[in-house]
Write a new protein. Structure first.
Length: 140
């Protein structure tokens, strides 16, 4: 393969999987939030299904800016893995945790659960995309 085409193809793979890591992560995180808030299937003594409280999804009003923070978080995780700076993930998570600490401490709703679940899903998805990109660009 022509070296110029190989570089162009690698750049396209990195850009496409980077876009997937950043933008496709949001629907995935929202889906996990819905699953975490789903009723457990318990029944009340009258036989009616019990509805779970929407604590995790309702906490979105407490943790404002979560969508944008998630986009930037996935971009940062994806980039740090691809450049080989694994410790950058710890930096991203530390900055996010310190920035959200006052909001998480002041609430009794599902904000902490939303923060933890959203962070884990975002980081794992971005890491998976980065791993796939790394594997694909090392094929040639």
């Amino acid at each position: 393969m022509n070296p110029v085409w190989a570089i162009v193809l690698k750049c396209l793979v990195i850009a496409a999987l980077g876009a997937a890591a950043v933008f496709a992560g949001s629907p995935l995180v929202r889906r996990v939030f819905r699953l975490a808030d789903a009723p457990a299937g318990k029944t009340t003594p009258a036989g009616a299904a019990e509805v779970a409280s929407p604590g995790i999804q309702a906490a979105a009003s407490t943790l404002r800016g979560g969508h944008w923070i998630g986009l930037l978080e996935r971009l940062a995780v994806y980039a740090t893995i691809l450049v080989g700076f694994g410790a950058g993930i710890a930096v991203v998570l530390a900055v996010k945790g310190l920035a959200r600490y006052p909001e998480l401490q002041a609430t009794t709703t599902g904000a902490a659960e939303r923060f933890i679940i959203g962070t884990f899903v975002s980081v794992l998805y971005a890491a998976a995309c980065a791993g796939l990109a790394w594997w694909l660009i090392t094929l040639w």
